[in-house]
Write a new protein. Structure first.
Length: 256
């Protein structure tokens, strides 16, 4: 149990660009069978955009649905983009922003991620903002510099509107641990989360820091989730590959 009951666990499942109609239907069926103690944990899954409406319509309310990304702009002449208003219209509550794959493969800068985050919040979506360092950055002892730089871009745009932080979850995803099978040690995870929370306390606001959910992503599975969730500053997970498998149920259960 956390010492502060204010921080409800968040277990996110990022399906990335995976799935077919058949596999999505069987995942929804699996998730609909899970008992979620919604007082202590929020479970949020992020399917590919093409399956969002199906999942939103067929998934029971005890699990929330998130987009994996959101447009920088409103609706209009932006072919291929999905605006925050459209996600809201579908009944979604959440979107991810700044996943390391968006940053590395699709050229999303700290500024773009911050602008997307602000736009989603302005349209009434809650946001899971992803931050994390590469292996080179960690070896150069730059972890805290990188993740605070990424989060500062968001903080600068929110310009003192502290209330918005209650609708943000920060996902710390060390890039070197995503899909590699290399997991940050519990000490590495706790350190990064603790240091990030301390930075939020001194640069944004102490109450915001106390209540901010900081979740860990990076090769989380059923074997390591219990040990990680017990850490004081780890408030849940953003699960990748394992969210497509039955072990996701075990990861949810480790948090309740």
């Amino acid at each position: 149990e956390k010492t502060t009951m204010a921080r409800k666990y968040v277990i996110g499942g990022n399906w990335k660009s995976n799935g077919t109609q058949a596999s999505v239907a069987s995942l929804v069926e699996m998730l609909n069978g899970v008992t979620v103690d919604t007082d202590s944990v929020e479970v949020i899954i992020a399917p590919p955009a093409i399956y969002l409406s199906t999942v939103q319509a067929s998934l029971k309310q005890h699990i929330r649905v998130s987009a994996q990304n959101v447009s920088l702009t409103g609706p209009g002449a932006y072919t291929g983009e999905i605006a925050a208003e459209q996600l809201k219209d579908l009944g979604l509550q959440w979107t991810l922003t700044g996943h390391s794959e968006r940053r590395a493969l699709f050229g999303e800068t700290d500024t773009i991620v911050a602008q997307k985050t602000k736009r989603a919040l302005d349209q009434g979506l809650d946001v899971i903002v992803c931050v994390g360092e590469t292996l080179e950055e960690r070896k150069a002892d730059q972890t805290l510099n990188v993740i605070t730089r990424q989060l500062k871009a968001v903080a600068d745009l929110l310009a003192g509107d502290l209330g918005l932080w209650s609708r943000i979850v920060v996902a710390y995803e060390p890039v070197w641990a995503i899909g590699t099978g290399v997991v940050a040690t519990p000490e590495q995870a706790q350190d990064a989360h603790k240091n990030l929370r301390a930075w939020v306390a001194s640069h944004i606001n102490p109450d915001v820091a106390l209540n901010l959910r900081i979740i860990y992503g990076g090769s989380v599975n059923a074997k390591n989730s219990s040990e990680l969730i017990a850490l004081h500053d780890v408030d849940g997970f953003l699960v990748g590959g394992a969210s497509l498998k039955p072990e996701f149920v075990e990861i949810i259960q480790s948090a309740q």
